[in-house]
Ligand binder design. Structure first.
Ligand code: SF4
Ligand code: SF4
Length: 359
């Protein structure tokens, strides 16, 4: 087992303080079990690289399965890019030919269907059958794979973007996958290929700006120059292109399940809605497309994570559980078998909540 010197050097900088566990959702939902947290991942990967541990299928699976939220990087006092190190170690293992069974399906689904989400996905079902994206639009709406699985949310996002710029166009049924999910499962070559295909697709349509329905795509690939939906909407509010309206009544307790990679825009937007009472959530609560891995590979853990998140929301007397990232909204909807109420809370995607309170 040979990791690069750079990777080993980065791993060796860990002082074992455990700060990365504080923000790690896997740590929180496992009753603070050390082996589930970010610190153990770094330590065990380091032991693997220095030959102190053997690689087993179970250990390989362990390295590859977490929520992929990236929060572990935020608190490291010595500045290790913790999540980046985890992803780099996954890529090295893939390069050496060690692909865990849990990611084989995603990798193969991408090869077969063009998306790691697989056969269940038909892009653009929410668009007219003969739809073609416009060239030179003010906004190109790149939905992202998961948004296509929630047609109602895709339509709502489009309507909101149309309020901001009528000359908006969805990227359509041929929209390539950005490769973000492939990147987090260590398939860096195929991720790069996907990203470049998307880059070409965007360049051919030459829009003024590109809005992504998925925060993972927008944040992992700065060269795609995409803005995440929530940040773009906040800019439109700031520039007066759209405005917020009031909610009826005074209670309206809103618990936001934020996207892990957003810049806080959704929370700031909700706080601008008069009579919306946004509840403070613990920092480790977030979800984005990266969670697809654990959702597919270890549904029991995803289930446990959602139960814990919804308990916290319900204990804070939330009336609404608003889910920022459509990937998570889609996964949670499947878990709840389409029910839009849970523990007395109305479950809504962020765009579906927002559209009633903007003009
Ligand atoms: S990416 Fe998230 S779930 Fe994975 S180790 Fe880091 S904090 Fe924990
Ligand atoms: S926060 Fe940084 S130094 Fe501390 S245990 Fe985690 S990776 Fe190591």
């Amino acid at each position: 087992m040979e990791f690069s010197l750079d990777l080993m050097k980065e791993l060796s900088r860990c002082i074992g303080c455990g700060a990365c566990n504080i923000s790690c959702p896997m740590f929180h939902i496992s009753d603070y079990r050390e082996t589930e947290g970010a610190r153990a991942r770094i330590k065990l990967i380091s032991m693997l690289g220095s030959g102190k541990m053997d690689l087993t299928e179970e250990f390989l699976r362990y390295i590859f399965t977490c929520m992929n939220c990236g929060l572990c990087t935020d608190l490291c006092p010595v500045g290790i890019e913790v999540f980046d190190v985890i992803v780099k170690s996954r890529s090295s293992l893939v390069d050496m030919g060690y692909v865990p069974l849990v990611t084989v399906d995603m990798r193969d689904a991408k090869r077969r269907t063009g998306s790691p989400i697989g056969e269940g996905l038909t892009k653009g079902v929410w668009l007219p059958p003969d739809f073609q994206p416009k060239k030179d639009a003010d906004i190109l709406f790149f939905a992202g794979c998961w948004v296509h699985t929630a047609p109602d949310v895709a339509i709502t996002m489009s309507k909101i973007l149309q309020k901001i710029a009528p000359n908006m166009t969805p990227a359509g049924p041929n929209e390539p996958c950005c490769g973000g999910l492939l990147r987090v499962i260590g398939e860096k070559d195929s991720s790069e290929e996907s990203k470049n295909e998307l880059l070409k697709y965007i360049r051919d349509l030459s829009p003024k700006s590109v809005v992504s329905g998925c925060s993972l795509c927008a944040s992992l690939f700065p060269d795609l120059s995409m803005k995440y939906f929530s940040s773009f909407v906040e800019e439109a509010l700031n520039s007066g292109k759209i405005r917020t309206k009031s909610m009826k009544g005074k209670k309206n307790r809103v618990f936001l399940l934020r996207s892990c990679r957003s810049d806080g825009a959704a929370e700031r937007i909700l706080n601008r809605i008069k009579n919306a009472n946004v509840i403070d959530a613990p920092d480790w609560i977030c979800c984005d497309c990266g969670a697809s891995l654990i959702y597919q590979a270890d549904p029991e853990k995803f289930d446990r994570w959602f139960k814990r998140v919804s308990e916290i929301a319900s204990d804070s007397n939330a009336d609404y559980l608003v889910i920022e990232e459509t990937a998570c909204y889609s996964m949670i909807s499947k878990l709840l078998e389409g029910k839009n109420k849970y523990k007395g809370m109305k479950i809504l995607s962020f765009p579906s909540f927002l559209i009633s309170y903007i003009s």
